[in-house]
Design a protein around this ligand. Structure first.
Ligand code: APR
Ligand code: PHB
Length: 389
């Protein structure tokens, strides 16, 4: 088979890119290792920046998001005693959209057939070849048959564990990583949220986050040592810890209920440079990972896809290869600024094992400064809604 763009990975990045290219008449195919149901089964954050909302609007796939999503004009930081509301809409003129990543992926997935976006699921043995030249190809197995796709460009949207980043020669690429000494224990429950906006809390006992999927479905997190096992955390123990860490006002409004899902996930910051090598571009988690503090993962994938689509449309519609050549530098400039925000908010809102009483006082002082400074709140707000693309 021959196409213009071979996309590896059918998660949010791969599907979003595939739709944007097809909408401009660029031939592409998406190769996905899992089944569609498996892709939809992943529980992920759902705070969408304007760049992500804008891409769905551009594709005309925003109807359900606008009908079911929750526009949020602010969020809260908590220090164990009070809520510090960051008036995002008032400070930036923009808001974020709370809409589960699963639902965004579902909207993209369901629209693919009608828009002639070919997604092949349950492929295996994906391998990239000749990415240094202008005629790369991808081999893979599907239904027991060995197959090959010849393309002009390959885009790796295959997440942190996919093969694309590893296809870039070691002497060319370099990773930058910070692994955090704690994980997030998350619980999903069909109960109303304790607050109409998100609350990120730094309590003496540790971090907590109160989030949501809808007015009737809540998503909460607490940070736990990496040695913790989910089996040791019955629902009531989680609800008790959340009530303490979120503070008395929020605790008074927590509705408890059985966990639909609960799990512990590690946190890391990671960036791989470059995000392009020869005819291979990397988008999303294939190139970078952010800690979930600030909910930047999906939104960074969206800005990568925005730049990649812009470059590939210029190449295939206008014969202009400059944007492809400049893709990595452009994408990385925004990636590093989002990495900085996610890292700084993680440092501010979590207790690190090596921290002593002085470091705790620094966190309390910084939260106190934020509470008293519009300039500090504006800086946080403009990062939270997403820096310009
Ligand atoms: N062959 C084909 N597909 C693969 C392979 C492979 N060898 N390896 C991984 N994949 C698929 C995965 O099954 C997954 O569906 O690539 C997809 C990558 O999707 P994500 O991990 O969701 O990454 P991305 O699309 O970049 O989205 C980034 O969404 O999942 C969240 O935490 C993530 O918030 C971040 C955002
Ligand atoms: C979520 O709703 O899952 C969520 C929200 C904000 C975050 C992380 C996760 O920073």
């Amino acid at each position: 088979m021959k196409t213009q763009v071979a996309i590896i990975g059918g998660g949010p990045a791969g599907l979003l890119l595939g739709h944007l290219l097809r909408a401009e008449g660029v031939d592409c195919i998406v190769l996905e290792r899992q089944s569609g149901d498996h892709v939809l089964s992943r529980i992920r954050a759902g705070v969408l920046e304007q760049v992500t909302v804008g891409l769905m609007e551009r594709l005309g796939l925003d109807a359900r998001m606008k009908a079911e999503g929750l526009p949020h004009g602010g969020f809260n930081l908590a220090d164990g005693e009070r809520l510090i509301r960051i008036d995002v809409a008032g400070l930036t003129g923009q808001s974020v959209m709370v809409y589960g990543q699963t639902e965004l992926t579902r909207d993209l997935m369901e629209a693919a057939p009608a828009r002639a976006l070919e997604v092949i699921y349950q492929v295996s043995d994906v391998a990239l070849h000749e990415i240094d030249g202008d005629a790369p190809y991808v081999t893979y197995t599907c239904d027991g048959q060995a197959r090959r796709v010849d393309a002009r460009i390959v885009v790796g949207c295959d997440g942190f564990h996919g093969p694309s980043r590893r296809a870039i020669p070691e002497q060319v690429g370099r990773g930058f990583e910070r692994v955090y000494p704690f994980g997030w224990l998350g619980i999903l429950a069909d109960v109303p949220p304790c607050n109409h906006e998100l609350i990120y809390a730094n309590h003496e006992r540790g971090f907590a986050l109160a989030s949501m999927r809808s007015a009737t479905r809540s998503r909460y997190y607490i940070d736990v040592p990496l040695t913790e096992r989910i089996e040791d955390w019955p629902d009531d123990r989680i609800w008790d810890e959340l009530a303490v860490r979120l503070g008395p006002d929020a605790a008074a409004h927590i509705t408890r209920g059985p966990a639909i899902e609960k799990s512990i996930a590690p946190l890391r910051s990671f960036v791989f440079e470059p995000m392009r090598h020869g005819s291979l571009l990397l988008c999303g988690d294939a190139a970078h990972i952010v800690p979930p503090t600030g909910a930047k993962g999906l939104n960074l994938a969206a800005s990568d896809v925005h730049y990649a689509a812009q470059a590939l449309i210029a190449l295939f519609r206008h014969g202009d290869g400059d944007a492809v050549a400049g893709y990595s530098g452009k994408a990385l400039a925004r990636v590093w600024k989002s990495e900085r925000f996610s890292w700084s908010l993680t440092k501010l809102m979590h207790r690190f094992p090596e921290d002593g009483p002085f470091e705790r006082r620094m966190q309390v002082a910084e939260l106190d400064y934020i509470a008293s400074s519009e300039a500090a709140q504006r800086a946080i707000a403009e990062n939270y809604v997403g820096l310009p693309v």
